[in-house]
Design a protein around this ligand. Structure first.
Ligand code: PMP
Length: 391
């Protein structure tokens, strides 16, 4: 027996699934990035329709300019954590700007969104506490739960009565319970029923965490996410987010109107024991946050392309997630067919995300598109045409 034997089954499964050629969907090499929505892939000009780059800001000249100045003035990296190496002024400035943006008192920047969930959940929920999470939550939320000493309970996806049933069973422990949901769910693109969940949180005196990774800059009149759109910001205790989607960089954050959030800086291992975001990342993110505030037309453009793509794919007969959002996932019955369609889309010059079980529901597979404000009408049309030959 070797330590590697456990991978044998995976090796064989992958060979069986990908043996038909078409490349490895999970190892696509982008030869050259041309813009926020186009790249050369396998030597072919390809429309990027799976980037999460919702506002197309990765090539924004203001973001690039700010990053370039920071790079030249402050260097390529911080080379350590804030606790050990110290905090750069720009970290503090971004935290202040995030807190102002969300109208709360506290904000903490993490090195990724994954670490933000890990850092928050593993530290805040301790022994005798409970985390009630939606079953469709992201892996970073599950992993944060695993790292915490709390009791972990899942409720059925977007099912408010199941959530309430489980809360009721907790008796007086509900006041030591974190309810964790997402603004827009990353796989099927559906929103959480946040108004009802916020009411339940108040009724049971629990705490509500919303991961707005896919909804920041996308939902709400000012782009603050689902909590803003649903009008329940005062009932949300903690918001987690990422810089890696609408903000076009890498990094994560948590904001709260509870000043105790600050204590994470002294207690949260995923905050303390990893290098802080590099100066150029912080600088481009600060500019991107200003753009979210001052350019609502990007959001409007994103939504008009979203509606068009969702309706066209639906009319072609694809089974999609329950509502149009910039995450548009087409369900395919088997993973073999999913790999085949995914490869054909790539050959037609359209890159989407292939999602296999267990990430995709019911043993099936998802061809997951994410729409960007950077997509032109012509690109959306080309995406539709690439899908149309399958329907
Ligand atoms: N939360 C959700 C809901 C996500 O979808 C993701 C990334 N896909 C993350 C957190 C992690 O974000 P990051 O890429 O910044 O680690």
């Amino acid at each position: 027996m070797s330590i590697f034997d456990k991978f044998q089954q995976l090796v064989e499964d992958r060979k069986a699934l990908l043996g038909g050629g078409g490349g490895d969907p999970f190892n696509v090499v982008i030869n050259q990035v041309l813009s926020s929505t186009e790249a050369m892939v396998n030597g072919r000009r390809t429309i990027l329709a799976g980037t999460n780059n919702y506002l197309g800001l990765t090539f924004d000249s203001g973001c690039i300019g700010a990053a370039r100045i920071a790079l030249e003035e402050q260097g390529t990296g911080t080379t350590g954590s804030r606790m050990a190496n110290g905090t750069f002024e720009n970290h503090v400035a971004l935290e202040r700007e995030l807190a102002e943006f969300f109208h709360v008192g506290s904000a903490i920047v993490f090195s990724t969104g994954y670490l933000a969930n890990l850092g928050l959940l593993s530290t805040l929920a301790g022994q005798d506490d409970v985390i009630l999470l939606d079953a469709d939550c992201h892996a970073s939320i599950y992993d944060g739960c695993r790292m915490s000493d709390a009791e972990i309970i899942r409720f059925r996806h977007n099912n408010v009565s199941d959530l309430e049933k489980r809360l009721r069973r907790l008796g007086d422990r509900t006041s030591r319970t974190l309810i964790v949901v997402e603004g827009i769910y990353s796989m099927l693109g559906d929103r959480a029923p946040l108004k009802d969940i916020a009411d339940i949180r108040t009724k049971y005196q629990s705490f509500l965490v919303v991961d707005e990774a896919h909804s920041l800059g996308v939902l709400g009149e000012n782009g603050r996410g689902l909590a803003e759109e649903a009008g329940v910001e005062e009932k949300v205790d903690l918001i987690v987010g990422t810089f890696s989607k609408s903000l076009g960089a890498t990094g994560g954050f948590c904001v709260s109107r509870h000043p105790e959030l600050e204590m994470l800086r002294y207690t949260s291992r995923p905050y303390i024991f990893t290098a802080s975001p590099s100066p150029s990342v912080i600088a481009s993110t600060r500019t991107a946050l200003q753009i979210i505030k001052t350019h609502p037309e990007l959001r409007h453009r994103l939504w008009s392309s979203t509606t068009r793509l969702y309706e066209r794919l639906r009319d072609m007969g694809f089974i999609l997630g329950p509502e149009p959002t910039p995450v548009i996932a087409a369900l395919v019955e088997t993973k073999e067919r999913g790999v085949e369609l995914w490869s054909q889309l790539l050959e037609r010059g359209v890159y989407v995300n292939l999602v296999l079980p267990p990430a995709a529901p019911n043993g099936g597979c998802l061809l997951r598109c994410s729409v960007s404000a950077g997509h032109s009408d012509e690109q959306i049309e080309k995406i539709c045409q690439a899908f149309s030959s399958f329907s």
